[in-house]
Design a protein around this ligand. Structure first.
Ligand code: HXC
Length: 523
């Protein structure tokens, strides 16, 4: 199609506008831009261009200026106030975006800067589309004092107001210090780039003054720390372009808002595809770990699994996949780490994921192979009771379609928690290899038959016999199936086709929560 371009009629006023726009678009001296690039960082505008669909960015507030009188004339921030904001498209769908400009006073946040961010957040809430914040900032602009602090608070309040209404994504592409980290922390997904992104409440200098420790930027708040240990970061990237590619991919699994459902492309994978590998995994030694990601890929369309927080709490795996085109969220115990037991980090990671999926109408598939809660002084003293309860709370509260497959172990309280029928899971399947019991055979025999074992001439032989009996009587799916706690014991190879039919059946599920202001989740 030919673009129709209107003929330009020269006017002083238009020339003036263009001059102002041009100046606002290049607010920093060339050496500042050079320094930014020298650190391997893109400029604020280039980041937006790299993230959004080509030529889709519509800027707002380009000419906004600070109203603060704290600056001497020459030191006043330029028009735009150090942040680029507006709306555009990703994969053809509307999004709002803002990008802090480190070349302007270190991307520090003054009141006008904060107001620009608040404005695009308000627009996103009204237009019901995702909002993406690109953070690269020295935090509250020192010269603007309490106005800067107030500006941050207004952003936080909007983050909370938008929570569960529209997806919120933060890309940390530079420093993010002080209370400023709480805006990303309140959003749904945090991305960081290895080597250049840092998040901390107090920087290395303050830490040194307060505690005497001398941490490096990287150890105090780098991508590795936050993706592996603290759990603050959901995705890490090798470069900014890689980060933007991942954000675009993530958005393909998300709806535009809580009033919407994720896009369901026409599926290319057969809904009847069976898997011999799943049969082999079901038949393997229950004490031998296997790849749960491989199980997920065998089930998912095109063997694709978009995992989040992959490096944190590795004993549980969470992420998105498609089943016959429909997006689902997957929560799965991972026998390769801590034998797949639940601990504090796993409960918090999976609990938050379940709540995200529930808020945004994404059905949940739970794959269970869990020997119980991870025991020990460390977990008890750090609050496994209070913090472990978060996953239980999240499942009990979730009203999206919820299906469980018990692959192998489902022991103790962890059986209840991992989306059992008893907490209103909609459908529960089990492989023939499932073992549903209060505890594993070895521990149970030791407790129930202690006296006999002590008195036995050959305790080893008796132990083996009793364990074998226990496995036959308790460690199977059949007792649970006889009570209807498992809806169907299925051949492992048929997992994908059975799940596709079950999720298809539940598509129109409507469940309403009890009317109340809000529950009191154990935070
Ligand atoms: C005003 C700031 C600034 C700030 C940086 N600059 N941070 N200006 N307010 N908070 C300015 C610098 O003066 C400098 O200006 C330019 O930005 C680049 O900063 P440099 O220090 O030269 O860059 P670099 O060496 O890369 O260090 C970046 C940095 C460092 C790590 C971010 O600037 C820094 O530690 N800043 C302070 C971080 C911080 O503690 N912020 C306050 C957190 S409290 P010139 O003119 O020389 O180019 C907070 C409260 C949040 O944010 C409120 C929520 C409750």
């Amino acid at each position: 199609m030919h673009e129709l371009k209107a003929k330009k009629i020269p006017s002083d006023k238009t020339e003036d506008l263009l001059r102002r726009q041009e100046a606002a678009r290049r607010p920093a001296a060339a050496e500042k831009e050079k320094a930014q690039r020298a650190r391997g960082k893109l400029l604020a505008r280039d980041r937006i261009d790299a993230l959004l669909d080509q030529d889709s960015f519509e800027e707002t507030d380009l000419l906004v200026e600070t109203r603060s009188e704290a600056f001497e004339d020459g030191r006043k921030p330029p028009p735009g106030d150090g942040v680029v904001a507006g709306f555009g498209r990703i994969n053809g769908r509307p999004v709002c975006v803002y990008s802090q400009d480190f070349t302007v006073m270190g991307g520090s946040l003054g009141l006008a800067h904060a107001e620009k961010i608040c404005k695009v957040m308000d627009l996103a809430i009204k237009a019901l589309c995702p909002v993406i914040g690109i953070c690269d900032s020295g935090g509250a602009r020192i010269q603007e004092g309490v106005e800067a602090l107030g500006g941050y608070a207004e952003i936080f309040e909007r983050n909370v107001r938008a929570s569960g209404v529209i997806p919120q994504i933060s890309a940390i592409l530079g420093p993010c210090a002080g209370g400023a980290v709480y805006s990303p922390a309140l959003t749904d997904f945090v991305f960081m780039v290895e080597g250049t992104s840092h998040m901390f409440i107090t920087g290395p200098d303050v830490v040194k003054q307060a505690t005497g420790e001398e941490p490096e930027f990287e150890t105090l708040g780098g991508a590795k720390l936050h993706s592996e240990k603290s759990g603050v970061c959901h995705f890490t990237a090798g470069s900014e372009h890689d980060c933007f590619r991942q954000i675009r991919e993530l958005l393909e699994y998300l709806p535009q808002s809580a009033r919407d459902v994720p896009k369901a492309p026409i599926p290319t994978d057969s809904p009847r595809r069976e898997s011999a590998l799943l049969d082999a995994i079901a038949a393997s030694d229950p004490r031998k770990p296997y790849s749960i990601r491989e199980v997920v890929r065998e089930i998912a369309d095109g063997r694709q699994f978009f995992e989040t927080q992959a490096a944190f709490a590795k004993n549980i795996v969470v992420g998105f996949a498609r089943l016959n085109g429909q997006v689902i969220g997957i929560v799965a115990n991972n026998s390769e780490h801590l034998s797949g037991a639940l601990d504090i980090d796993a409960s918090e990671k999976a609990g938050r994921f379940v709540r995200f999926c529930d808020a945004f109408n994404i059905p949940l598939l739970t794959l269970v192979d869990v020997p119980g809660y991870w025991p020990g002084l460390d977990q008890e003293s750090r609050g496994i009771i209070r913090r472990g309860a978060k996953l239980l709370y999240a499942y009990c509260e979730a009203t999206v379609p919820r299906i469980t497959v018990i692959l192998k172990k489902a022991y103790g309280g962890a059986y209840d928690v991992m989306n059992s029928k008893h907490i209103r899971g909609d459908l529960s399947f089990a492989w023939p290899s499932a073992e549903i019991a209060v505890m594993g055979p070895a521990a149970a025999v030791e407790i129930l038959r202690r006296r006999e074992l002590k008195a036995a001439a050959d305790p080893q032989k008796l132990r083996a016999k009793l364990t074998d009996e226990y496995v036959r009587n308790f460690a199977s799916p059949f007792h649970a199936a006889s009570r209807g706690y498992v809806d169907e014991v299925i051949e492992a190879r048929l997992t994908r086709p059975r799940l596709i039919r079950a999720f298809q059946f539940l598509k129109n599920k409507r469940a309403t929560a009890v009317a109340r202001k809000h529950g009191n989740m154990p935070l």
